[in-house]
Design a protein around this ligand. Structure first.
Ligand code: ADP
Ligand code: ASP
Ligand code: MG
Length: 827
């Protein structure tokens, strides 16, 4: 039997009560809670506290527009009230609201005249948001009548007593207990609707718990009511490993200790207020952080002894930080320097966020909020004026525009390698480290960095701890014949690769010539065509590359499955940026020599990988074989072969009985040729492949150096494809003659490319012995014959299907996995 006497406190943040739908959601959540007494603490609707504070600023500036701003706040609440409440109830609510507006106008009028609002005045004004949201919700929830027991509105100012001190608001527990007991009798069984954020001081003057203070209200009421649990409802699935606005693939942390949560909150994880934990810790009350918009999700549990194996729980940053650095040989061995430094800062009410001192005691530095830097510098110089004058202290430096990156987790204690990982990640992302502090608890490593590097640093360390180091952000350019098949192959292996080898391949963009599909996480490859149809936006190559190249994933690779020269022209700049490239596109590698060189220079300088095995012989290991031979000291004498699957097919089939032109037409229909068969017949495709191999051999070759015999008859080079095919039969007799002549000599015709060590490159139709290796290949086979110093008597031959989407895509995929291995994956 659940104990229906016990309390549970739920707190809903501003985003959870932003509009009428939100209020409905909150009511649904509360009604679905198990039986028992409930305290429901609400923030002001999103933006209302900011709006109220703005009224003060405007009035101080004597800007009359505060009236219009106030009217906007009223309109927002009126819309919600009129949507949710019965007309009479809405009328009563708004009548109350108007009385508040009247009071507010009076106060603001005074502020306008005096041009300054005292602290208690601004606290009073800022607190209206919570009064408005809770009064509205109270009426609404009561009207729904969906939960047994009474529904009572509690104005926290009548219950909660706090005194502000140097460490913030201190709860006066016994006073507060007494007042709560008066307001809520022991036998109350029902739901309390409580204002967050506001309280009173010992004299009964209204105060607040500071910005974002409703979380604190939630846990204070949890403690006062001796709740068995506190649930903080917000707009994210729980405490995330990093701020999701900065690290889009941050993950939900299942559980945290109070200490971990405290450190994360202190170091800027906005989802919880740093003081929230204190009341809960003493009484061991578990806190849940949950999503109002996805109440079915479990959220994050914060408790004394969470079960979680992760050494690092979260990574956060604090920005707008300054570093005060005190340096001088005179400090060495002199006791009390630190005391004087921090004493001086404390006197000025400057809070110190982080302290670091080298064991040499030659310098000591501390991080403080930037807006206090000028004052800090002045007081420290003042405190050490004598030492500065006498030269025992050389300098008091203040560096501005810094940030602190904090890595938090109880499990870091005693886990070697955590800081190594932090600094490796920062080093790899070229983030300069200015100062470091690690608490003796080893629960937190804090690193001071340049403010402009904050997001980069956050993303890099987050990737270091949360992602497989072999996570690749992939962009596929050209989802045509090969691209499509590649995506299908990848889809079929992705889960296995991730689970077995931790290789996390995320296709985050697909770009065609006209449109592109982008995804922040990963495109669902089982349905990318539908998504492309419905969601693709106009293509923009720069935007595409920028999207795929996000810096919160460890590596980026672009897979170019086009045959576009234009795309090839971008490789140099991509490689220079460290983007890896995998491609079957020959255009870049067979462009002019200077570009080829620049391309490879960019790759060498940035360390990016450029893989293009499929530019020659599709999936066959041709480029890699050649590279292995050269790298191991072999000398290539010649490379010879049939490099075109299309031309191989044409001459394998052509036996003189069917006209050559008919074979070409048939091959085109079967999809064995390029859309324009002249692209194959011209021999240029083979010439490009020879150039690629020649350059791989170290030869400085240009396309113009290759002697090409084109099979496109002179005069038919231009004109449409149809005209070409219509005129081709006129040349059938010529081709037949060549075949007969060869046959007469016991030979066959084959279209062969040949390259020798002295740089001679030829491409053309050759007569080969009927027993020659090239004469006995099947259909679209490619065959490449390497004659080398080692393979001289009996050459090395690579042979097999050298065209077709399946084998080409397979080769591209193999290159991608090779890339993963280069990046450290153990496949
Ligand atoms: P509420 O209105 O519910 O109080 P807040 O805006 O104060 O919500 O806090 C929730 C927001 O905190 C999230 O929307 C998220 O953008 C931000 N945030 C920053 N760091 C983290 C983190 N580590 N985990 C979760 N959310 C975070
Ligand atoms: N409404 C207050 C603020 O915006 C308190 C809170 O939302 O937690 O700071
Ligand atoms: Mg908040």
């Amino acid at each position: 039997m659940p104990n229906t006497d016990s309390w549970v406190v739920h707190k809903f943040g501003g985003s959870s009560v932003a509009d009428a739908d939100c209020f409905r959601r909150v009511a649904d959540i509360i009604e679905s809670q198990p039986p028992g007494r409930l305290g429901v603490v609400l923030s002001a609707s999103r933006g209302v506290t900011d709006g109220l504070l703005k009224l003060i600023t405007l009035a101080e500036q004597q800007d009359e527009s505060y009236r219009a701003e106030l009217a906007k706040l009223r309109a927002r609440h009126a819309t919600i009230a009129e949507t949710l409440l019965r007309p009479e109830s809405a009328r009563l609510y708004l009548a109350g609201f108007d009385r508040d507006c009247h009071d507010l106008e009076g106060i603001l009028h005074t502020v306008r005249l005096t041009r300054a609002a005292a602290r208690n005045v601004s606290d009073l004004i800022a607190g209206y948001g919570e009064l408005w949201s809770t009064k509205l919700f109270h009426r609404y929830f009561e009207e729904r009548g969906g939960r047994p027991g009474a529904v009572r509105w509690i104005d926290a100012r009548t219950v909660l007593v706090v005194e502000w001190g140097p460490l913030g608001p201190a709860v006066q527990w016994s006073d507060s207990h007494e007042k709560l007991a008066e307001a809520v009798g022991r036998d109350f069984r029902g739901t309390l609707i409580i204002t967050g954020f506001i309280a009173s001081d010992g004299r009964g003057v209204q105060t607040t718990l500071g910005r974002n203070g409703s979380d604190f209200s939630g846990s204070i009421f949890g403690a006062l009511l001796e709740a068995k649990e506190i649930q903080i409802w917000t707009d994210v699935d729980g405490v995330l490993s990093a701020d999701p606005r900065r690290v889009p693939d941050a993950t939900v942390i299942d559980s945290l200790s109070y200490n971990e949560a405290m450190e994360l909150a202190y170091f800027g994880a906005k989802v919880i207020h740093p003081q929230t934990m204190a009341p809960a810790v003493g009484r061991n009350i578990p806190i849940w952080i949950r999503n109002t918009f996805a109440p079915q999700k479990p959220g994050t549990l914060i408790c004394a002894h969470p079960k979680s194996a992760l050494p690092v729980k979260g990574i956060t940053t604090i920005e707008h930080v300054a570093l005060v650095n005190l340096e001088g040989a005179g400090m060495i061995g002199v006791p009390g320097t630190a005391h004087r430094l921090f004493g001086a800062l404390r006197e000025e009410g400057i809070s110190v966020i982080l302290i670091s001192q080298g064991s040499s005691e030659h310098s000591i530095c501390c991080a403080i909020p930037q807006d206090q830097a000028v004052r800090a510098a002045a007081v420290v110089r003042e405190a050490f004026s004598r030492e500065l004058k006498e030269g025992q202290i050389q300098n008091v430096d203040v560096d501005l525009d810094l940030a602190i990156l904090a890595i938090v987790g109880d499990g870091m204690a005693g886990t070697p390698g955590v800081s190594a990982k932090v600094f490796n990640s920062l080093g790899a992302a070229s983030v300069n480290v200015r100062a470091i502090a690690q608490g003796a608890s080893e629960r937190n490593i804090s690193v001071v960095i340049d403010g402009k590097d904050a997001t980069k640093a956050l993303r890099a360390t987050h990737a270091g701890f949360y992602l497989s180091p072999h996570t690749l952000s992939i962009g596929v350019i050209g989802p045509g014949t090969v691209g499509r098949v590649f995506l299908a192959q990848l889809a079929s292996q992705m889960t296995r690769l991730r689970e077995k080898f931790k290789v996390d391949l995320r296709v985050r963009g697909i770009l065609s010539s006209k449109r592109m599909l982008l995804s922040d996480s990963s495109i669902d490859l089982s349905r990318w065509r539908e998504d492309f149809e419905s969601r693709a936006v106009p293509a923009d190559l720069d935007k595409f590359v920028e999207h795929v190249g996000v810096d919160y994933l460890p590596h980026t690779v672009l897979i170019d499955c086009t045959s576009s020269e234009d795309i090839g022209r971008h490789y140099q700049q991509w490689l220079a940026k460290g983007i890896h490239i995998v491609t079957p596109n020959k255009k870049a590698n067979s462009a002019e020599w200077s570009y080829y060189q620049a391309l490879h220079e960019a790759r060498r300088t940035s360390g990016a990988h450029y893989l293009y095995e499929t530019t020659v012989g599709a999936g066959l290991p041709v480029v890699q074989t050649l590279r292995d031979l050269r790298d191991t000291g072999d000398d290539i004498t010649s490379i010879e072969g049939i490099f075109s699957g299309t031309l191989a097919y044409l001459f394998n089939i052509y036996d003189g009985r069917t006209a050559f032109s008919d074979i070409v037409k048939d091959a085109k229909q079967r999809g064995y040729t390029e859309p324009d068969p002249r692209d194959d017949l011209s021999g240029m495709d083979v010439a490009r492949k020879l150039i690629i191999l020649g350059r791989e051999m170290g030869l400085k070759l240009e396309l113009a150096d290759v002697k090409v015999e084109s099979l496109v008859p002179a005069g038919l080079e231009n004109g449409t494809i149809e005209e070409f095919l219509a005129k081709l039969p006129r040349y059938d007799a010529q081709m037949r003659e060549r075949l007969e002549a060869a046959r007469g000599r016991g030979k066959v015709l084959r279209y062969v490319g040949r390259l020798t060590a002295d740089g001679k490159a030829t491409v053309g139709l050759m007569e080969l012995d009927a027993k020659h290796a090239f004469a006995n290949i099947a259909l679209t086979d490619n065959v490449v014959r390497f004659e080398t110093r080692r393979y001289c008597d009996n050459p090395l031959i690579v042979q097999g299907p050298g065209a077709g989407p399946e084998v080409t895509a397979g080769g591209v995929f193999a290159d991608l996995l090779r890339l993963s291995a280069y990046l450290g994956a153990r496949l």
